[in-house]
Structures are given as C-alpha cells and as structure tokens.
Write a new protein. Structure first.
Length: 174
C-alpha cells in the first residue's frame, strides 16, 4: 500500500461535499506516508497517534484514550497491547485506586515518538507545499474551529434538530 490512490483520485474529490473532501484528504495524506512510518519507526500512523496521546497525557487511562482517539474500544485495546509488548508504553497502577492503571511512554517509546515527530514535520512540508504560510495558518485555524464546534453540545443539538426535522414523505427508512 502507500503512495497515492492513483492519478485520478483528485477528480472524484472535486465531485464530493466538504465532509467527503475532508475524509479523502485525511485518508490520502496518511496513505502517502504510512509505509515510510512503518519502515522508519516500526509503527503505523494510527499507533503513533495513540503513542503521542499517551506521551502528551501521561497517566491517561484506556477509557480516556478511547474518547481522545475516537476509535473503537477493541482497536484502542489492541493498539495499547502492541505498544506495551513493543516496550513503547507501560501500564502503572494508580496509587489511589489499584483497579485503575495509567499509561506512560517509556524511553524507547519516546525515541520512536521523536522520530515520528520528525517524519510528520517533513510530511507536512510536502502536503502544504502549494500553500503560503498564511494559507496553512488559516487552514489549521479553520480545522481547530471546526473541531471545537463538532465537540460542542451546541453542535450535537443542532445536528439532532436538523436530522429530526427531515421528512422524506414516506413511512420510514429505505
């Protein structure tokens, strides 16, 4: 895998709505670097994302990590197990509650994360090549604003109102 989706994926991109376009951009940008990350740091991009979140939030729990990643519980569990088995992350019992454990990045995990951070920075240089610095800043600011909105109760209420108000004029789902 890796590389790009072919020379024509951007044609279908232009035919999609904004949500489709965001998904396609994310998928293609990850796909274009996935093989390099595996070859150079030994982990795929999704596993590196989990490693970064643990490093940025020392002591985070499995449940917290599941919420932070937005991934299925079983997948997060597998990714954590792989990181623990690989010596990148360790579990420590919580001093206040022995039933609870926190996750911490090991020295080996930090070395992998440092390498992955360098690879990510270089990948972003390539992705953002056609944009001016001001366009990159505006794009990132827009993504941050959308993330805050999508994570808000106001968005959840708005989406519920919109979808609840749809009437296809028949008795139910197709």
């Amino acid at each position: 895998m890796g590389g790009n989706m072919g020379k024509t994926w951007s044609r279908s991109f232009r035919q999609g709505n904004a949500i489709y376009k965001l998904n396609l951009l994310a998928t293609e940008s990850i796909r274009s670097v996935e093989d390099r990350f595996i070859a150079l740091v030994g982990l795929d991009v999704r596993t590196i994302r989990v490693l970064r979140l643990i490093g940025d939030n020392p002591g985070t729990t499995f449940a917290e990590l599941t919420v932070m990643t937005g991934l299925e519980r079983s997948l997060v569990s597998r990714l954590i197990q792989n990181l623990v088995r690989g010596g990148h992350v360790e579990r420590r019992n919580d001093d206040a509650d022995a039933r609870r454990f926190g996750l911490f990045v090991t020295q080996a995990g930090q070395r992998v994360r440092d390498r992955a951070d360098l690879l990510s920075a270089r990948a972003l240089e390539a992705v953002f090549e056609p944009l001016s610095p001001a366009e990159v800043q505006a794009f990132i600011a827009t993504m941050d604003k959308l993330a805050d909105w999508l994570d808000s109760p106001d968005y959840a209420q708005k989406a519920t109102r919109i979808f609840d108000s749809i009437d296809f004029g028949d008795s139910g789902p197709v």
